[in-house]
Design a protein around this ligand. Structure first.
Ligand code: G4P
Length: 556
């Protein structure tokens, strides 16, 4: 018989010192992170490179469907099939043991949670960042910081996530290292503290100088290209004197730059990194597998393991407490034949065992976890046990929505996930008035599920709600689900707004009278003012300082 947490405080294993020691050991070897990047910076290539360097537990194949690699396009909706969007790669789990660690040490368990970033960019992308403990900010060496990276950075900052920066594509011509580092400081106020300096300019990447105290070189790691970058790049390690002899000027330049950075105080400081003020930097080429070991080493050495989470009661949930988890993403209709609904939870505390009966905090109802999976591309693997930091997909989770809490033992509830700044707006209405009742029910359900935010105002009336989304694909998801699940054909008319700001009742009327501005109430009661463009927003904010116009999370 499977014992539930009500009996034991964990599952299977009796509660007690042994169980909590076991969970503590699993927690200390876990790292759960996401990669934030603008499309094409190399996120998929890096994911594959990380998997190549590690023992992949849940998937041995390729990550995405670019040319020459195995496609992992999900088959849940024709719409997505046509576009080649992979919606089902949610978390990749792998183990990693840094070189030189004692043989009988357990390897680290790394959870890489995917942030959908191309056309499937949506509020889910932001929500993922509430379910991880750290982030890797991946930057294209030639392009520097790009808009989507900036948005995701803001969410990381809001969530207090420590960030490791990876400057990718160093094998190609790009900007000078110090220029790129300056750009990071200037644009986002994060102080970059390189762990290594690149040896060789962008385009002629030979290896890395490991920075020691005061920027003095500790060693030189030289990389050798392999055919097509498809295997781990061999590394040779040299002392600084040999490096100087071998590389000459490019080595000297790296030493000078390293010392200059130290003089500016840009050395790694673990406390400041954990506080989100500084960011260790690694120059890499995901394609050639250069610097990838170093990224993994930095993750296990510097990134924090899962830690206690805030709860609505104010008492933090310790990782050693009985099982609890937070739902951060729900996917409906992934399998057209079964119309299933998959909810992804991140374990916050205790040990999860498949089959255990947990309580859904929002409905106070029991939930059986018989069908617990990891989902990666087309592959679904049953999960038997999971620990804090791990991601588990629950099948047929019809009652679950992003932000919901699952727990065993005494009731616990995590704060809701905030609603992020939408940038796309469209009126949606039922094609036939006769379907109004179904339409109303459907739109409210889709809002509750977090598919889109729903806004209303008296002028447009109840029959013409406005959908607000982070990514425009969500409107197509709504249209498709309305038809297949609720049997309602809808008409969608895009609105010419691109910015939302929070306002209040005292400011709403006056704001609503301004040209190019419209005020709505969101289903959670928040009042949002929509603006056509940033110039209008700037003008009104400046001219009418007495009005409340506040940014939302992830606002640009
Ligand atoms: P994404 O998931 O962030 O969108 O990026 P992805 O990995 O798909 O990489 C985007 C393009 O950049 C790909 O080229 C990829 O090969 C290339 N790339 C990634 N990392 C590196 C790197 O370290 N160095 C160089 N030189 N290129 C890199 P593509 O031509 O669009 O696709 P593909 O046909 O090569 O797959």
């Amino acid at each position: 018989m499977t014992e539930t947490a009500e009996d034991t405080g964990t599952t299977g294993r009796q509660a007690g010192p042994d169980a909590s020691r076991h969970v503590a050991a699993e927690v200390s070897r876990r790292r759960t992170f996401a990669v934030i990047a603008h499309p094409d910076a190399g996120k998929s290539t890096l994911t594959e490179a990380l998997a190549l360097h590690a023992r992949v537990i849940t998937e041995a194949g390729a990550v995405h469907g670019k040319s020459g690699r195995r496609a992992t396009v999900s088959d849940w909706m024709e719409m997505e099939k046509a576009r080649g969007i992979s919606v089902s790669s949610t978390a990749l789990q792998f183990t990693y043991k840094p070189a030189g660690s004692p043989e009988d040490d357990d390897p680290y368990v790394i959870n890489l949670v995917d942030t959908p970033g191309h056309a499937d960019f949506s509020e889910d992308t932001y929500r993922v960042l509430t379910a991880v403990d750290a982030a890797v900010m991946l930057i294209d060496a030639a392009k520097g910081l790009e808009p989507q990276t900036l948005k995701l950075f803001r969410v990381c900052k809001h969530n207090g996530l420590p960030i490791i920066t990876v400057i990718n594509k160093w094998d190609r011509p790009g900007q000078a290292p110090l220029e790129l580092l300056d750009e990071i400081t200037e644009q986002i106020g994060l102080v970059p503290t390189p762990l290594f300096m690149p040896v060789g300019i962008a385009g002629d990447y030979r290896g890395l100088l490991r920075r020691g105290d005061d920027g003095a070189p500790e060693e030189y790691i030289h990389f050798t290209r392999t055919a097509g970058g498809s295997t781990i790049a061999p590394e040779e390690h040299y002392d600084p004197a040999t490096a100087a002899e071998r590389e000459g000027d490019v080595w000297e330049t790296a030493v000078e730059e390293s010392e200059l950075l130290s003089a500016m105080g840009q050395d790694h400081d673990q406390e400041l990194y954990l506080a989100g003020e500084t960011s260790p930097v690694i120059f890499a080429s995901a394609m050639l597998n250069f610097g990838v070991h170093q990224i993994l080493d930095a993750l296990v050495e510097l990134a924090p393991p899962p830690h206690a989470w805030d709860t609505v009661s104010g008492v933090p949930r310790e990782t050693s407490d009985p099982f609890s988890a937070v739902v951060f993403k729900v996917q409906a209709g992934m399998d057209a034949a079964h119309r299933d609904r998959l909810a992804f939870m991140r374990v916050v505390s205790g040990e999860f065992e498949r089959g255990m009966v947990v309580t859904h905090a929002q409905s106070a109802k029991p939930f059986t976890t018989k069908y617990a999976l990891t989902v990666f591309g087309r592959d679904r693997t049953t999960v038997e046990t999971a620990y804090p930091g791990d991601v588990v997909g629950l099948v047929n989770a019809t009652a679950l929505a992003p932000g919901d809490t699952l727990y065993t033992g005494k009731k616990v509830q995590f704060p809701p996930i905030p609603q992020f700044a939408p940038e796309h707006f469209a009126v949606v209405r039922a094609q036939s008035l006769g379907k109004y009742k179904q339409f109303r029910k459907a739109i409210d359900q889709l809002a509750a599920e977090g598919v889109v935010q729903v806004l209303r105002n008296d002028i447009r009336g109840d029959a013409n709600p406005v959908m607000a989304a982070v990514g425009p694909m969500q409107f197509e998801v709504v249209t498709a689900r309305m038809k297949t699940e609720f049997n309602v054909e809808v008409v969608v008319d895009n609105l010419p707004y691109s910015i939302a700001r929070r306002t209040d009742a005292a400011s709403a009327d006056e704001l609503g009278r301004q040209r190019g501005v419209e005020v709505f109430q969101r289903t959670d009661g928040e009042l949002l003012a929509l603006f056509g463009d940033k110039w209008r927003l700037q003008y009104i904010s400046k001219e009418m300082e007495h009005l409340t116009i506040e940014p939302l999370v992830a606002d640009t």
